[in-house]
Structures are given as C-alpha cells and as structure tokens.
Design a protein around this ligand. Sequence first.
Ligand code: AMP
Length: 405
Amino acid sequence: MAFKPAKRGRRSEHAQQKNRNYKQAGGHAGKNQRKRIMRNGIDISKFINKAEPIKEAAPYIPTHTFADFNLHELLQKNIIAKNYVNPSPIQDNAIPAALEGRDVVGIANTGTGKTAAFLIPIINKILENPSETALIITPTRELAIQIDKEFASFTKGISLFSAVCVGGAPMFQQIKNIRKGCHVVIGTPGRLIDLAERGEIDFSGVSNVVLDEADKMLDMGFIDDIARMLEVMPEDKQSLFFSATFPKKIENLVQSFMHDPEIITVKTRDTSKNIDQDVVYTTDFPTKIDGLHTILSEGEAKKVIIFAGMKTTVHDLALELERRGHRAGSIHGDKRHRERQQILEAFKKNDISILVATDVAARGLDIPEVTHVINYEIPNSYDTYVHRIGRTGRADKKGFAITFV
Ligand code: AMP
C-alpha cells in the first residue's frame, strides 16, 4: 500500500491529548478551541460547523398540475406512472414557458427536478412534430446517463429514441445509434465536438438545445466549446439553460444565444446547513488509513462517499478498504465508462456502502441517502469542498462531512 504513516509531533501536546481518542471523545474537537490553521490555503475552521436543526419547510403550492399542461396523452400517462403528482417549483414555472416555445434560463441545482423541467416540454414537442430534434449538453457522462434514464422512463411505450454520446465509451456504438436515427442526443462537449468533426452530428440541424449544469461546464473549461456548438445551431432554435449559479460568462452566453428568455430562480436550502461538518487530525491515528477504518467501522457511516485528489489514491484506497472488510468501490477518470456505471449502480442499490471518488468523477451525482462525505484529502478550493459535502444532507436529511487535516 502506498499510504505512509502520518508524521507525529507537529501539534502541541495539549492538542494531541484533546483529540487522542477520536472514539472516546465521541467526535471531534470544537471550533472555538482551535487556532487558525491553514491547509491548501483554506482555514480548517471552515471545515467545522454544526448542522442547524432541520425545520419543516412550508410545502410548495404549485400553480399548475401536470394535467394543466395539456401534454400528449402517452407522456401524461408516463408521468403518472412515475408517481409525479405535483410539479416541483422549477417545473411549475419552466414547463409552461417552454411549452409556449420560449427560451428558459433555470437557476436550479440537482435535486430540484430540473431534468423533468426540460425533458417534459422537449418530449411533448417531438411528439407533436417528430421532425424536431434536441441536443442536451451535460458536463459529465454520469449526468448524461442519468438524463437518458429519465428520458427512457418518460418515453416508455413511445417510439422516441435517444443516443448518449460521452467520452470514455466506445465511439462506434454511439455513431451506430446516431445513424439509426434518434430524436435526442445527450452528450458531453468534447465527444459531441469530436462527432461533429467526423461528420456524424450536424449542429445546424438542432432545433432544441439544453445546457444542463452550465456553470459546471464553465468550471471544467468547456465554455468555448459550447459557444462553438451554439454558433452553428439555427437562430430560431429553442434554448433551455440550467445552472446552479449564474456567473458573468453564463450571462454572456444567455445574451449572445437566447431570445428574451424567461429566467426562473429556484431557491433551495443551502445544503451546508443540513450538514454536521468536522475535522479529524491525521496525527491521532497510527496511519491515516487507520483513522478512516475506525470511522467507517463505528457503524454510523452507512453510505459514504470518500474524496481524494489523485486517481491512484482513489484506486488504492478502495482496494485497501476492501482488504479491511469494507464494501467499497471507486470511480475516477481512468476507469472505463461501463465500469464506472456498474460501481455507481452498486452504490445506489447499496450493494457497496462506500464510494471512493475523485472530484471530476463525482460531479453532478445525485445519489440519495448518502450519510457521510469524508474528505480523505483536502480539496484544492473551498468551492470544491462545498460541492463535495453537498453530496450528503440532501432532501432535508441531515448529513455528516468529515475532513482529514
Ligand atoms: P433532478 O433535480 O432532475 O435530478 O431530480 C431529482 C429527483 O426528483 C429525481 O429522482 C426525480 O425523479 C425526482 N422528481 C423530479 N420531479 C418530480 C416530481 N414532480 N415529483 C416527484 N419526484 C420528482
């Protein structure tokens, strides 16, 4: 194993004593007792915070029902089959605007029901006019596949076809799916451009475009690729952009490529408030992996995502945890696409209880019931930290975030 024992003796005897036995202390040292200590340029006291008591939010009263939208009968049937009774706030506002043919900007994050907010109007439009096409651009392959699954459930029993075009998966199969004829292409920017350069996709024929998690695509450096794709698309296409935040560069895209969009902002509870955040000192255990093993063995951490920066660390860590009797799997950029999907499915279905991941591999993941996020390695920015810990404490459930410092 590549894990080196942590160096001892760097902190004061007092501090070591305070944290000596993580288990006995029943947790971690308090924020007020600690001096300002920096890691990766982040004050570690920012990793410590008590979750606020969860207040029952007033239920949202939608102004529409799904029946009000006058959707195609088969689509309506599938919505009922999915047990969707009331539209979520983003759906309540975005679906009628999109059905009218308007461009829509939805400021909404994962978990708000944004996928159905763009899929429902697009599917309805294609059912009314099968010559319509849609291109859905997402930052990650995982998100593309998640959207495709939703698409399949909304189009059950309907002859509408989709093709997922993402990197890390064989291109020939994707080309085959496109050539067979599909109404909707869901893909990541790099692969989509690659396919266009090979003449397999023609962006000038796209009548509807969705940008999902536009701000993530900006973070990942895809913004110029996206602008290149949008430039080729017809002027009169319908555009639906979704983003958790609305930075200047996204605003510029909206101004350059959209026509009088309906802008909808959905306020969601700041996930960090649902999350108990604390730190663990590496030096309190013989080795860092021992510390992790102790936390995982305590029984509270039932469904855990562990973050590390390097692909090799992620890989080695999952193997070592398995060796120590934990049910763990890993996802990172070097894993084959199919393998990543299998591991995600296993985690979702609780066949494994620990997912070790790099930041990029974990982007956009919406996995319910994650009890703990553990930062085995400190993220490179506070922003990444907030993103990581947002994988727990979802849907107004309490979550725990533990950071090794
Ligand atoms: P999303 O934000 O699109 O990732 O959706 C989050 C979760 O909410 C998914 O599991 C959806 O299937 C579910 N969902 C979306 N809209 C509704 C709705 N109107 N009623 C019930 N569940 C929904």
